[in-house]
Write a protein that binds this ligand. Structure first.
Ligand SMILES: [Zn+2]
Length: 529
């Protein structure tokens, strides 16, 4: 078994080294190796645990030895941790709970801290998945917490947070408020801890505590997630009065709107079911390119920014993001001054293109003739639509093949920075300078700069402005035709349109994909139904 395992690891190692050599960095090599090992172990656990149900102590024995004797990196020392993490990750909470119970019987020794905290985690996720917990289970968790505190009066932050998860689903949930304090004396409590306590406050009818903790999260630049919102809706299932339900939902929607929260799909499913149970029409829908809902045909609102608002936003952005962060430290003051003077001469441009970023959309491995041809295509797209275009680029682009590069030079205003300069700040600065209706063309979303704006309301406003001005390159056809993600003529935020309420949501695919594409999935609620 050992030999076999070594052989397989060597194969993985070879692949990892090949990959990592291109990165040429020792730290990355180790990370890559660890990642490969983890992926192989996960594959093994997945296959061993497929359709498996743990019902008796013998099942635990069989499973443990099967995993230890597999080709993965498992031993007597790490097998329980690996299995429990896997149960949690795969949502097999009942298996996890049974596994711990039978393991505990076998150990018959003093309290095992690792197993206790895993028990809290499993019960917590299982409770929020099933939306129920028996009295016996509740009592068990309470007594487990008591035993834990008797055996370990001082806990590390991870154990405290798991204890929060366990206690939050019992009638002793208010102890979690003290535990949050205890955790915050060591470190910032995690989002999961906050969500657990917020959910229990909502479920136990102590809404004010829930809202107070949400406020605290926002102050710490954190956002509540599924468990908290789902608990709020679960509690509303007990309310029989339609008007009261809508009033309480209004509070939730206002919070989402003011803080630019996009609810996850699972919450929308639960919300839809709550509404339909109360005879309120709620349908999943999408918004067409003209900004109308496919379900009710109402037109959604675009983001309107007045000149005054835009000027204010521009000042804040320049002060906080550009000057405050010394974002031009990679360039020279002379270059930036040259850029500012240049901008004064091109006030008629309405499109700013991030030249290098756009050119490399075809792939960085392509030759400069392919990249430059693509950039020329993008410039032509706007020129053919009678737009005046500004291209920001780097000096080395001057060495690109003449035919394409001359097209860019002759049809667009051009500003080239030194090869080391950052592009994003130049791009945003130019767009802000050219006015609120400027179109920005890049492959990136440029969201990272938003975090440098201090006020949440400024972040939201800037993000909405950007989302309505940005042409993001989606792909290029084999014939060089450019396909854009064109900004939609509506805001992706909860809004009332006529007698309908529209709520955007994040699909599971959007949450998992890395393509930067936002989904066009909405819930349409008929308010007077
Ligand atoms: Zn609608």
């Amino acid at each position: 078994m050992f030999i076999k395992s070594t052989l397989i690891s060597t194969g993985s190692l070879f692949r990892a080294v090949c990959y990592s050599t291109t990165i040429n960095n020792g730290f990355n090599l180790k990370r890559t190796l660890d990642k490969v090992k983890r992926q192989e172990d996960n594959k093994i656990l997945k296959s061993v645990l497929r359709n498996r149900i743990i019902e008796c102590p013998k099942d635990v024995d069989v499973l443990r030895s099967e995993v230890i004797n597999s080709k993965g990196n498992f031993s007597e020392r790490n097998v329980d941790r690996a299995l429990l993490n896997h149960f949690c990750h795969e949502g097999q909470f009942r298996n996890g709970i049974n596994y711990i119970e039978f393991l505990n019987k076998e150990i018959k020794s003093k309290l095992n801290l690792f197993l206790v905290i895993q028990t809290f985690r499993m019960y917590y996720y299982e409770r929020h998945r099933k939306k129920s917990l028996s009295n016996v289970e509740e009592e068990y968790l309470i007594s487990l917490y008591k035993d834990l505190r008797n055996s370990f009066p001082i806990l590390d932050v991870v154990s405290i947070e798991c204890a929060i998860l366990g206690l939050s689903i019992t009638k002793e949930w208010k102890k979690c408020l003290d535990l949050l304090q205890e955790a915050s004396r060591i470190d910032q409590p995690s989002n999961t801890s906050y969500n657990a306590v917020i959910a229990s406050a909502f479920l136990n009818g102590e809404e004010e505590i829930g809202w107070m903790l949400i406020k605290e999260m926002f102050e710490k630049h954190r956002t509540p997630s599924y468990v908290a919102f789902s608990a709020y809706i679960e509690k509303l299932e007990q309310v029989k009065n339609k008007t009261e339900i809508m009033m309480k939902l209004e509070k939730l929607f206002t919070l989402c709107k003011e803080n630019d929260i996009i609810l996850p799909e699972k919450v929308i499913e639960e919300l839809g079911s709550l509404l339909r149970t109360n005879s309120i029409q709620a349908n999943l829908t999408s918004i067409n390119k003209r900004g109308c809902c496919s379900c009710c045909q109402q037109k959604l609102d675009a983001f309107e920014v007045t000149n005054e608002m835009f000027e204010e936003l521009k000042d804040k952005f320049i002060t906080n993001v550009i000057v405050g962060k010394n974002i031009f430290s990679k360039t020279t003051p002379e270059e930036f001054a040259r850029f500012q003077s240049f901008l004064k001469t091109i006030d008629d441009c309405s499109v700013v293109i991030d030249g290098l970023n756009v050119a490399y959309s075809v792939g960085t491995k392509h030759s400069s003739s392919v990249c430059s041809a693509f950039l020329a295509n993008v410039v032509a797209y706007f020129v053919n639509r009678n737009k005046k275009v500004l291209v920001l680029g780097r000096e080395h682009m001057n060495r690109w093949p003449k035919k394409n590069w001359n097209y860019v030079k002759n049809n667009a205003k051009l500003f080239l920075t030194q090869d080391l300069s950052q592009d994003d700040p130049y791009l945003l600065y130019a767009a802000l300078h050219l006015g609120k209706n400027t179109m920005i063309v890049t492959r990136d979303l440029m969201r990272s700069h938003l975090f440098l704006l201090k006020e949440p309301s400024d972040k939201i406003m800037f993000s909405r402005w950007l989302s309505q001005r940005q042409y993001q390159i989606k792909y290029v056809t084999g014939f060089g035709k450019v396909i854009f993600n064109i900004p939609m003529p509506y805001m992706r935020t909860i809004q009332k349109n006529g007698d309908y309420l529209h709520i955007p949501y994040q699909t599971k695919e959007e949450k998992n994909n890395e393509s930067n594409e936002t989904s066009n999935s909405w819930l349409c609620i008929h308010l007077s139904s």
